[in-house]
Design a protein around this ligand. Structure first.
Ligand SMILES: C[S@@+](CC[C@H](N)C(=O)[O-])C[C@H]1O[C@@H](n2cnc3c(N)ncnc32)[C@H](O)[C@@H]1O
Length: 260
């Protein structure tokens, strides 16, 4: 799908918070190479470089739109266009960091062990992925697809479990790690504006489906979804909308490092 960095970054604060929560749980002291996998618009580059100023930072993403924004905004960092499914570094890196990207890829039972292998022994793989797909924000996308004239076109794109349960990641990673911390967190996002939940998903999960439709179906699909999601997240008395959002975090240290 095509990405719209401006729509995505409308909720920069809500999207940044889990990225910071992940970053502060990585104990790496002075990594030489840090890779931001699925780096998007590169907005995490200053934070990663602030944490590890000596590191060589490489952002990897498949979206030309996101990378164009990343290169314009962060000329000091290096960005590569690549599909994470097949991307592997020329030699293992010290920190492989990924915020809100790996749920776009399938076959996590193969992906996560392969990414761990892309880290040096003693190095760190850290990932955060949304796990909100059962909540109305995302479930109403599937309902809108299933109950409209676009069903045949859009249903094949539906992925029912983009992020697995925490135990799944423990099972696929524990054998190759000497430290493994997995947790979930639900952020109660209090959001401003008209139908902010629809605006939020339009910058990420919803867009892949909108992109497949032509007008007037695209507009009809979006209007149908917006109606459903507005009913599921009514405004509070102060005009704000509460949008609970669950996320899964993984911080894994590859086994076999010095002293291990
Ligand atoms: C929700 S954005 C997150 C961007 C950034 N990490 C952040 O936290 O702001 C997801 C990013 O993952 C990228 N992405 C999705 N699938 C990918 C793939 N197979 N290979 C590389 N990047 C991918 C998208 O292009 C997009 O920029």
């Amino acid at each position: 799908m095509g990405w719209d960095p401006a729509q995505y970054l409308k909720f920069a604060d809500e999207r940044l918070r889990p990225a910071l929560d992940l970053l502060q749980r990585i104990p790496a002291a002075a990594p030489e190479t840090v890779v931001d996998l699925g780096c998007g618009a590169g907005n995490l580059a200053p934070l990663l470089l602030q944490r590890w100023p000596q590191a060589k930072l490489i952002g990897v993403d498949s979206s030309p739109e996101m990378l164009a924004r990343a290169r314009a905004d962060h000329p000091g960092a290096t960005f590569e266009q690549s599909d994470v499914a097949s991307w592997r570094p020329p030699r293992p890196v010290d920190v492989l960091y990924s915020n809100a990207a790996l749920h776009w890829l399938d076959h996590h039972e193969r992906l996560f062990p392969a990414l761990l292998q892309a880290v040096k022994p003693g190095g760190w793989l850290a990932a955060q992925m949304p796990r909100n797909f059962g909540a109305p924000s995302h479930a109403t996308i599937v309902q809108t697809i299933e109950q409209g004239p676009w069903r045949a076109q859009l249903e094949p794109l539906v992925r029912r479990r983009p992020t697995e349960e925490p135990q799944f990641y423990w099972k696929v990673l524990s054998g190759g790690t000497c430290a493994l911390d997995i947790w979930e967190c639900e952020y109660l996002q209090a959001m401003q504006g008209e139908n902010p939940v629809a605006e939020f998903t339009k910058g990420s999960w919803l867009k892949q489906f909108l992109d497949r439709l032509q007008e007037p179906q695209r507009g009809a699909f979006e209007a149908d979804y917006r109606r459903r999601v507005a009913a599921a997240y009514p405004k509070q008395a102060d005009g704000r909308t509460l949008f609970p959002f669950r996320r899964l975090f993984i911080v894994a240290q590859r086994a076999g490092g010095p002293g291990a």
